[in-house]
Design a binder for this molecule. Sequence first.
Ligand SMILES: *Cc1c(COP(=O)(O)O)cnc(C)c1O
Length: 445
Amino acid sequence: MDKCIGGKTLAEWEHAEPTVIKIRDKNEVLWLNPRYGERDARMVTSSDVTDAEARLHRFAPYLASVFPETGQAGGLIESPIYTTAELQAYLGKEVGTRIPGRLIMKADSELPISGSIKARGGIYEVLKTAEQLAISANLLKESDDYAILTNDSFKQFFSRYSIAVGSTGNLGLSIGIVGATLGFQTTVHMSADASTWKKALLREKGAFVKEYAADYSVAITEGRKQAALDPHCHFVDDENSKDLFVGYATAGNRLKTQFQEEGISVDADHPLFVYLPCGVGGGPAGVTFGLKQAFGVHVHAFFVEPTHAPCFLLGLLTGLDDQVSVRDFGLDNHTAADGLAVPRPSAFAGKAAGHLISGCLTVDDDRLFYYLKALKDKENHWIEPSAAAGLVGPQMLLNNGLGKRYLENHHLTDKMANAIHLFWATGGGMVPQKNREAYYVRASR
Ligand SMILES: *Cc1c(COP(=O)(O)O)cnc(C)c1O
């Protein structure tokens, strides 16, 4: 008998939802989320995000002191936005469909400290853990100037505790760097997909790196198990963490402020489309939650995954969240987008934000390299392959029958000349020059 996936065979899923056939065949797809606009699951509230914003402000003096690259922003970890008109014109010409409106890059590749979107959620969770430990030990008050955390006494205090995480690379980098800087003993459980240079850099920063020959799900499960044996260990659980989620969500109001500073409006006549590369789903779901708080119904969030690893799409489509693996659908999770090489989605992200996501897209690996090169050639920005995924968004939405239907259903078709297409360039800031050049060469083949 065929293997059962949530009570249905693969053939039954294919019959119920024809997109599944295309997904199984590794075609690029756009899938519209029928749960979009459903009632809020109330797992995260706006006051959770406000609380996170306040905490990041408390830590700003500390961050400005230990990571001088955050100094200009007063110790906030934030990235710039760039209008990418040259790239927009180039893509329009190359693909043959003009992209009306304005193409904007959210350059999380330039986030300070660790050069990827993980500098939002990952660093936030480590800071929160440190704050709670120090406050419970009566070493710190919320009203203190957190620059005192640079004192050696705090490093010694934190060295009695450890932090562990499972990672495809970037989350480990964020947590390893900040954890070690605060003084924690930090262990990163790395999947086979993680780049060699990320492991080397982490070891250099003083983190322990445990390597697994298996994929991300195995690395995180093993890490969680080992951490549970140690009462002084905090495990940053990428498959189930509310703290990561709200850390990512603080991006919403920050983007709103940046738009205001640049005179960019988002309203009924100026819809905002956001294309977010998605792995386990926590990063893009947290950011989407924050964006919805900031822009309401005028923001339309689409998640983008590799054709070989569309775990979040399958979690939403089947309604099974983390009970589904891409392998159940015959997919191998092999992709050059190492940050997105995840076979099983986060349960938390799907439940907390499933109703906020307009749809999911998949993208072929070759195209990631094409976009990476185009962004370098036309705008002179380096990103990593995972971070290029969002660039498939505008044309999928504009060229695809379902995309057109989405625009019609939401009365957006005649607003597209004023639309903003924002691709979230999620990482690449720490990639060594040699690896950047290798990406570029692969794109040129
Ligand atoms: C982790 C990561 C993502 C996706 O975040 P998830 O929380 O895993 O969905 C996207 N891009 C890059 C570069 C990443 O490192």
